[in-house]
Design a protein around this ligand. Structure first.
Ligand code: PGA
Length: 246
């Protein structure tokens, strides 16, 4: 795992955007693995803001999102489909039919998992996967305890994940209890992975990750088994590691 320490969230977001743009410039038909949550918002903002001036086209790009809440229609204001559309897709020239996100309200959840794995097999491998890290070490919605061999599956969200995502919902009860997520095995099939971590709330997770102990109890630690991961971290998220090294 390579590491890059930057001053703040703005710098992390800007740098991550340049990596995405480099990827798409180098291969106009890139497959991008995308994440939701607060962390990649700045990255998406940079891509949208610079979209016209930097002349990067996404018209032949395909995107595969990591996860979706179970029980929310696509059109729900807090669905990840809505998130991606509002924060990125509608601002760039991506063809919406080339954007893949699990269906949060499928007629059969089992069949939806199989369908999503088939999509990954058909259009993958993902050339560049963007990841955030949960305070409990999750990647995608692969919560602690997830097997490293996992493919797309249904998860019960931990109370800490539901709490972390509470600010997006009106009340705690409204936060879905389950989600559908790409598995660890699927994520690790990506050619390159960028893991973003910003802010004090991620300091403990970054410290645990950098202890290099690979364990199901901390799913992000499986990224140590991949040979092309770049952790882009800001000072606030790195502070506990820095303290330890003093
Ligand atoms: P966040 O979440 O970006 O909202 O902090 C990261 C994650 O849970 O993967």
């Amino acid at each position: 795992m390579k590491g890059l320490l930057l001053d703040n969230y703005a710098a992390v977001s800007e740098y991550a955007a340049t990596l995405v743009e480099e990827q798409v410039r180098g291969n106009a038909q890139s497959v991008l693995g995308l994440a939701t949550g607060a962390t990649p918002l700045g990255l998406y903002e940079n891509i949208c803001n610079s979209f016209e001036e930097r002349g990067v086209s996404y018209k032949d790009v395909r995107t595969i999102n990591l996860d979706e809440y179970l029980g929310l229609e696509r059109t729900h204001p807090e669905s990840y489909y809505t998130f991606m559309n509002e924060k990125l897709f509608k601002h760039i020239d991506l063809a919406i039919e080339n954007a893949y996100i699990p269906d949060g309200k499928p007629s059969s959840v089992g069949e939806e998992c199989v369908r999503y794995d088939k999509i990954l097999d058909c259009i993958g491998p993902i050339n560049l996967q963007i990841l955030g890290i949960g305070t409990n070490g999750h990647i995608g919605f692969n919560e602690p305890g997830t097997n490293s061999n996992s493919t797309t599956h249904i998860v019960e969200l931990t109370p800490s994940t539901r709490k972390s995502n509470a600010h997006f919902f009106q009340s705690f009860e409204e936060i879905p209890t389950h989600a559908i997520t790409m598995g660890i095995k699927s994520i690790l099939k990506s050619e390159k992975i960028i893991l973003l971590a910003s802010g004090e709330s991620k300091a403990e997770a970054v410290k645990t990750l950098l202890s290099k102990q690979v364990t199901e109890r901390f799913p992000a630690s499986f990224l140590w088994n991949h040979d092309n991961v770049t952790l882009i971290v800001d000072r606030d998220a790195y502070q506990l590691v820095e303290l330890e090294r003093q």
